[in-house]
Every structure is written in C-alpha cells, then in structure tokens.
Design a protein around this ligand. Sequence first.
Ligand SMILES: [Zn+2]
Length: 291
Amino acid sequence: MPELPEVETIRLALEPHLVGRRFERVLIDDTRLVRPFEPTAVAAELEGERVAAVERRGKYLIVRFESGSALLIHLRMTGSLRHAAAGSLQEDPYRRAVVKLDDGSDIAYRDVRRFGTWQLLEPGELDPYLAQRLGGEPLERSFTARRLGERLAGRRAPVKAALLDQRTVAGLGNIYVDEALWRARIHPLRPAAEITPDELPPLTRAIKDALRTGIARQGATLRDYSTPDGRRGRMQDRFRVYGREGEPCTRCGTPIDKIRAGGRGTWYCPNCQRLGASSSLPSRSSRQSSV
Ligand SMILES: [Zn+2]
C-alpha cells in the first residue's frame, strides 16, 4: 500500500507534466472512484480545469487548480498513476480513469482492488478536510520530538498503532512504522504513552530517516506500486525488518520476528527492540534467538 514515500515519488514525477496543463478530456470508468457522485458529472467538472500545483499531504496527492478547486487522490491499497505520451497507453483492464491533458499526453489511473478515491473539492474545502484527518507532516521542520511526544502522551495503544493513526503523524503506514521503530530500537508493542523523553528524539529522527530513505529509493514495490513512468521502486531491497521474518537483523544478527500489532503484521528485532528491561516478548523465534 502506498505510504508517504510512494506518494511523494509520484508527486515529484507528475509535477512537471501537470503544472500549467489543462484537463482537456476526463474519462472516469468506475463508480466507486468518485462515489457518491456520478463519474460523468465529476469528469465534466474536471474538464477545462488548469493545474496550478501538485502537492502531497500525508498519503493524499493533491492537484490544485487555478480555479481554487482541488482534486484529492488517495491511492489506498493498489492505486497507481501513470503519465503516458500521446497515444502510447497500453490496454489495461484495471484502468479506472484517464485524464487527457492539453499537450496530448495522458494521466492514467489504475487500481486493481478499487479502494482508491478521487474527490473534487470546492475552493476552501481542502484545508479543513485535511486538518480534520491528518496530524503533522513528518518531513517538515515543525515535526519535532516535542510535537511527537504531545501526540503520543496519554495513549495506551501500542506505539505501532499510535503511529499508524494518521492524526498522530501523517503519511506513515505499515512499512515505514516498522522500519522507523527498528531504527529507534523501540518495541512495536510498547504503550505509546510510555515512550520516554530520551527516546523521542531518536524516534523522530528514525521516522524522518526511514521516510527519506524510501523517497530516495523511489518507494517500495511489493505488488502494484510503480512510479508514473512505469518503473519499480527500490526501497524493498533496503528493508531492515519489514517482511524479513527469520532473516538476520542487519545490526545484531538476531532473526527478525513477526507479530501482530495495531491489527497489522509487524516485523521487529527481538534483541534490538525490547519490550521491557528484563523480558522480551515470548514469540516463535525470539526465545531461541535472543542474545
Ligand atoms: Zn537486532
């Protein structure tokens, strides 16, 4: 599922193709994408709009128009966007929408599972909509250890679950939370409120570093994600814990373990990431492998 680094990679790639261009023709071929609105009605409203900016907030891609309206795209599980030169789009049964730009090129939206959404918001609607749903942007300077501490305070949920909550930090998902907690040496099941003041600066850095690594490697391609020019991301070759059950921790050699936390499959190093001072979580491999 695309997280902040994947969406940012898409944004960076689409921005030069989209800014200043007009949506000449829009074809929306999926009722789920724009519900509760009619695809033809949304398409008609989008036609003629000229793009002022392509932005990102959390996992949302935002196409701002000169009119003040904005198209808010969330890729959810399997959504992806492709930019294609005029007439070069291949047949694709999972294509849900195509925007023809005024330079003849196409932006194609593909979504196998169809959980993605396109929302056309009127001027003034965007900021309150996002403010209600999203916490701070982790790569902005304003995202500090103190700010993170305020968001985790008083929460009994495991830190993994708290970080998956988009109101704590915008843009983190299952991959980058696991990677960040490993970098910060924090066990995913530790209660969020019990992260100590000493641990907050390394955790804040770990979140930023994990995300920046993801962006530098153009995101992680596990199944459906690809960049708008059709290439795979390369972050999956750099995972420290995510999906690496039984493989050695790159820091200490202990086999990576998999548990469930925050309702999600969660990978961590049972040696580097301890639940308590004297005990580590009893789980399949940590008993044999803990040093
Ligand atoms: Zn380790």
